[in-house]
Ligand binder design. Structure first.
Ligand code: UDP
Ligand code: MG
Length: 333
């Protein structure tokens, strides 16, 4: 069993990080459900860290309202949309908890599972991750692509990323610190948490349909996330270039032998431009493909060496800060 650290309070602190991007339709609902659920966990204090990832709708105003009504709410507003991974990172960086949960704002991940995750944590698990037993309300296409991606990643990745998990998880402080010590820009959260090791246990749940609003992950963004996941955790595509190269060179050698044999031993030698063209196009295609693979990794290196900050914060409400934040509303504290 885990003994709680005191951290100045007699009870341990649970932080719940909620990344929000254009979620005005669900903010109120998720907040109510989180509060109701977490108040049943009597031996833990909790704080709710909402990260507004550059929403263009009323999300930030709603969050400010929540903060005014409830001192356990903290709001971090990023200066623009930085993407889910960055929003989660920003939230984790500001979360003070001894144990930290990450949950989507759209109620696809039921907050009621958090106490179950806490039970695993108390029993000694360092990470309790949501395992999507069933997914409601998602198109067959999304389900199929998601499932295919997880399986492909599993085959390619150097470390096992658990299948069918999203970013709904609960992490011990030690894991959060390990995660935050990873400086990379391509923040494929589930892979990075898996990479940290420690004791990770699944908690199965039924993935509900979005409560309202639309998925912020249309196909294009999903594809980028998939490429991020694979390129961050696998060098197999780079090796693929070598294997393709070998294969094509092998074919070319066979072609040379074939041509020489034809020339020497048959009378009817027709100079075929079709085969020539096919060979040239094929080789060109393979070369471009390999260049593309190299480019994908090179681009990531370029992104890393620029060493830009991962995200920028324009407003923080409810966080104890060393400098008085310019925008903090006086009525707040
Ligand atoms: N999200 C975010 N920034 C983004 C896209 C999404 O913070 O650029 C948040 C979003 O508000 C939600 C969570 O990440 O809380 C998951 O997004 P979404 O539900 O759209 O993805 P899906 O469940 O469809 O994969
Ligand atoms: Mg969702």
């Amino acid at each position: 069993m885990r003994t709680f650290p005191s951290r100045g309070s007699p009870r341990a602190l649970l932080s719940v990080v909620v990344p929000c991007f254009d979620e005005e339709a669900v903010i109120g609902k998720i907040h109510r459900r989180l509060v109701v659920t977490l108040e049943t966990v009597s031996d833990l204090e909790f704080e709710l860290v909402y990260v507004d990832d550059g929403s263009r709708d009323a999300t930030l105003d709603l969050l400010r309202g929540l903060r005014r009504a409830d001192a356990r709410v903290r709001v971090l507003a990023l200066s623009r949309n930085f993407g889910h991974g960055m929003a989660v990172t920003a939230g984790l960086e500001c979360a003070a908890g001894d144990v930290v949960a990450v949950i989507d704002a759209d109620l696809q991940d039921p907050p009621e599972i958090i106490p179950e995750m806490l039970a695993r944590w108390r029993a000694g698990a360092d990470v309790a991750y949501g395992l999507r037993a069933e997914r409601d309300g998602e198109t067959r296409f999304k389900r199929w692509t998601a499932s295919a991606f997880y399986r492909l990643l599993d085959r390619l990745a150097d470390i096992p990323v658990p299948l069918d998990t999203g970013d709904f998880r609960l992490m011990d402080r030690a894991v959060v610190d390990a995660f935050l010590a990873m400086p990379e820009r391509d923040r494929f959260v589930r892979g990075m948490v898996a990479w940290t090791g420690f004791r990770q246990e699944p908690v199965p749940y039924r993935r509900a349909a979005r409560a309202a609003g639309e998925s912020k992950y249309p196909f294009g963004k999903m594809l980028r996330l998939a490429i991020d996941g694979i390129a961050s955790f696998s060098l197999v595509p780079l090796r693929l270039a070598t294997w393709l190269g070998l294969l094509v060179s092998g074919l070319a050698c066979a072609g040379i032998v074939y041509a020489v044999v034809l020339r020497l031993f048959t009378a009817t030698w027709v100079s075929g431009w079709t085969s020539l063209l096919v060979a040239v196009l094929f080789l060109g295609g393979v070369q471009l493909l390999c260049l593309g693979v190299l480019g994908a990794y090179l681009g990531r290196i370029y992104g890393e060496v620029k060493r830009r900050p991962l995200y920028l914060v324009k407003e923080r409400l409810g966080f104890p800060s060393t400098r008085p934040a310019a925008r903090e509303e006086p009525a707040d504290e």
